[in-house]
Each structure stands twice: as C-alpha cells, then as structure tokens.
Write a protein that binds this ligand. Structure first.
Ligand code: 4AD
Ligand code: MG
Length: 438
C-alpha cells in the first residue's frame, strides 16, 4: 500500500516525521517578498494553509525564480522541511527547497478587499476556497458526520426516503411540482418523515437523511429552497423521549465540533465559550408560556394561536443561553400528522427547538397521530386527497403504535454553530428565491 500524502492538517496535528523532507500539493493563498532574498508563500492544500519560506540561500535557484512568478491561486507542489515556528499560523512552517509550478493562475477575481454578497455568490465555485467559507463548510461536514455517528451508535437504521413524491407532507403552499412522464405530477419532497414512519414500523428506529425542497417565497436569512434534513423516527416513542433524543443529538454534535474543529471555529471568530456551555437539559416551555411572553414583548403583533415569526423566536431564545424547546403548538397551525394532546385537543404533542442568539428554529417534530380515524378526519380537514395517503394509513391499519420523530435542518444548525448570519453560506451551492447559479 502506498503511504497517503501528508496534509497540512496532519502536520498541525503532529502526524508526520519531523526533519524529513516533505512535498505538499496545493494552491497559492498569498505571496509576499520581504526584501530581495526572503519570500513567504501561504500555501493551501485543501486541508488548511501553511506558511512556506523561500530564501535565496537555501531554496534552489530556479525555484527561487519561480516564486516570483506566482499569483494568487496558482497551483504548485512545494518540497522542503517542516520546522517549528511559533509565530506562523498553526505553529509550523516549511523551509522550501524546491517549487514546481503546475499552472500560473489568471488574475483572481476574489481579493482580500471587501466584496458584496451578490458578487461573491456569483463566484461561489471560487468563494468556497476563502478561509471563512472553507471553515464553515468543513464544520458542516463534521456536523453531518457527527449526526450519522450519533444515530449509528444508537442502533438506528439509515433509511433513505424518495425525493419524487406523490403527495405533500408539510402543507401544499410551498411545493415544487415536476412533470412525471405523461400521466402524473410529482412533487419534490418537503420532508422524508412519512416514509420514515414506515421505516420505524419496519426497523424500530430509523433516520432519513437527504435533501428536501420548499418553494419558499420568503427572502430571510433562515430560508433556502433546497436544504438537507436529518429526520429520526422512533416506534414506541412519545413527545418526551423525542425531546430527549433531540437534546442528546445536539449535545453530541456540539461536543464533536468543539473537539475536532476548534481551528475552524477560531477562523470564524466564534465565541467558543458559548458553545461550551451547551449542556443538557435544555429548558422546555409550553406554547402557552411562550405565547404569554410574546403577547407582551412581540414586535410583530403576535397573538396567542399564531405561529412564531423569526423575531418572536429571537425574543424567546434571548431569555436563555441554551437552545430551548417550545412544545404543545396549537392544532390549528400544525401539520395533519401531529398527535393532539389528549388533555386538550386544541393543542398538539409537537416540539420545536430554538437555537440561542437569534438563529431561531433548528428542529421541528413531535409525536404522530396513531389513530386511523383521527388521521382520516385530519386529512380531510387539511383539504388533502386521502387516496394518495392510503399507503400511510396502512401503517395505522397494521400494527399501529405510538411513535415520534423530528427533523433538523443541517444548514440552520451549521449557521448557529458557526455563528454565520445567513444560511446561504452553510451549504456549498445555495438555492434561494433568486439564486439558481452557479
Ligand atoms: O419544521 P419542519 O417544517 O418539520 C418537518 O419537515 C417535519 N416533517 C420534520 C419531522 O418531524 N421529521 O422542518 C424541520 C427543520 C426546521 O426546524 C429547520 O431546521 C429546517 O428543517 N428547515 C429549513 N431550513 C432551511 N430552509 C428552509 N426553508 C427550511 N424549512 C425548514
Ligand atoms: Mg417547523
């Protein structure tokens, strides 16, 4: 087996042989000369960036001349020895012996000066190389890995739901319609939940993880038209065990990112102490308690019975320094599958998790209606066509049990953990009302 190349990240973690010569492959992040004989190259290799020092006395003559030709984002390989350098980023630098240029980059459009968001989003294919974007997407990847690790370790089965679906899951107002051959219309899935419920009845505990679509006409910093959602679904679970599962998952994610992606959090200038204080239990407020606060403090004319706006969520979350659960939303504003509270059927056994610092709802879920008669009534009340839900009603015909689950949007969670203002920076290529490119 050939030895894998040593990456800059390996070097920063001390996973390399000191004093041996190494070759790094990558791109120029920045170059500068200091006088005539000394030059500094910030090399990025995809894993991280490292300072490489060229010196006319120790770098090969031809390579020293090559150094002068380098432009931002030129591709190259650099060989030399790695030495400790407390002042260099990461604490190590390379003393360069030779440079081999692969391509001299044309004038790179993204420079260290300030660019507007539209300019950068049009260049998203290049923008992802910039340090903050790079750190954000690295953390996103870590979060996804932590989510899978969490559910896999607990014996959940990964259960992929279809993307073309015959019916709505989360209301009919934001469906993307697709022509599905001659006869039929299909919709891009808004949520894999209904299929997850079938999975839970077959496997006990499953998680659906995939892209979901909402034709959101809203231009907020929390909305994408295409986003990724993880949706666990558990047979024999109730609303309380559902909130405990969500709480454990969030703690697991935060703990993992703090352990493995500290450098990226520092690049993003995230207040790490705030993440360190995320420990269970999270506060739980009934909708009625939350509504009483908002009746007094809402700036958006909130009245009891209404759903929360983004501003309302910010007010509620600002009262706590941890994520909070709001549970028991009114039946009138929730999806058809939500189980009504037996103590008062005008409320549901639903729960949302609101992140601190104005990031708003990152999780939505609850206990599902297990009675076929109530479900049929709700499907009719919601103006849905029962015939496309017959397969779903079968889950109540053949061994119906209490069950619960939730969905977490990966981008909302990433935005909160990274401290990123807008979810558009938490996905490689965001899709929004006015953005389909690149
Ligand atoms: O609250 P939502 O709509 O819940 C569901 O779809 C349930 N079927 C989930 C379940 O119980 N299995 O969406 C769940 C989460 C939200 O809390 C949010 O994090 C994210 O999905 N989300 C969005 N993220 C980005 N852009 C959008 N337009 C989003 N809509 C929802
Ligand atoms: Mg929701």
């Amino acid at each position: 087996m050939t030895k894998p190349d040593v990456s800059i990240e390996n070097i920063f973690a001390g996973q390399f042989e000191e004093n041996s010569e190494l070759t790094l492959k990558g791109w120029v992040y920045n170059v500068r000369m200091s006088g005539k004989k000394l030059g500094f190259l910030l090399l990025r290799d995809g894993s991280s960036t490292m300072q490489c020092v060229v010196f006319s006395g120790s770098t090969e003559a031809e390579s020293f001349e090559n150094f002068a030709k380098l432009t931002q984002e030129s591709s190259l390989t650099v060989s030399g020895t790695i030495v400790k350098s407390p002042k260099a980023p990461g604490g190590w630098e390379m003393q360069v012996k030779s440079i081999n240029i692969l391509q001299i980059a044309e004038n790179y459009p993204i420079t260290p000066k300030e660019h507007g968001p539209d300019f950068l989003l049009n260049l998203r294919h290049l923008w992802i190389r910039s340090s903050k974007q790079h750190a954000t997407l690295r953390i996103r990847s870590e979060i996804i890995s932590a989510v899978r690790e969490f559910f896999d370790q607990r014996g959940f089965v990964g259960f992929d739901a279809p993307i073309f679906t015959p019916s709505a899951c989360e209301g009919t107002t934001n469906l993307f319609e697709v022509n599905y051959f001659d006869e039929a219309k299909a919709y891009l899935t808004q949520s894999g939940q209904l299929y997850g419920e079938a999975g839970a009845m077959a496997f006990g505990k499953v998680y659906v993880f995939g892209p979901t679509f909402r034709a959101e006409k809203s231009k907020t910093r929390r909305h994408l038209t295409e986003f990724w959602m993880v949706e666990p679904e558990v047979a024999f679970a109730d609303i309380n065990s559902n909130m405990e599962l969500a709480e454990d998952m969030i703690c697991h994610i935060v703990e993992r990112v703090l352990r493995t992606r500290r450098r990226e959090l520092e690049v993003l200038e995230r207040d790490i102490s705030k993440l360190e204080s995320i420990k269970k239990p999270f506060p739980r407020l009934h909708y009625k308690e939350a509504a009483a606060i908002l009746e007094k403090e809402s700036k958006d004319n909130f009245k009891t019975g209404m759903d929360f706006g983004g501003g309302d969520e910010t007010i509620l979350a600002s009262k706590f320094d941890k994520p909070i659960f709001v549970h028991g939303f009114p039946t009138a504003i929730k999806a058809f599958y939500m189980k009504e509270d037996p103590a008062d059927p005008t409320y549901t056994l639903s729960c949302d998790l609101l992140a601190p610092d104005g990031y708003g709802e990152i999780i939505g879920g609850g206990q599902r209606e297990e009675s076929i008669d109530v479900l049929k009534k709700k499907i009719a009340e919601h103006g849905l066509d029962q015939s496309v839900f017959e397969w779903y009603l079968d889950l109540r015909r053949y061994g119906s049990v209490p069950h619960a689950g939730f969905g977490m949007g990966i981008e909302r969670c990433t935005a909160w953990i990274c401290g990123t203002q807008h979810v558009r920076e938490t996905i490689p290529f965001p899709r929004m009302l006015y953005r389909l490119n690149p």
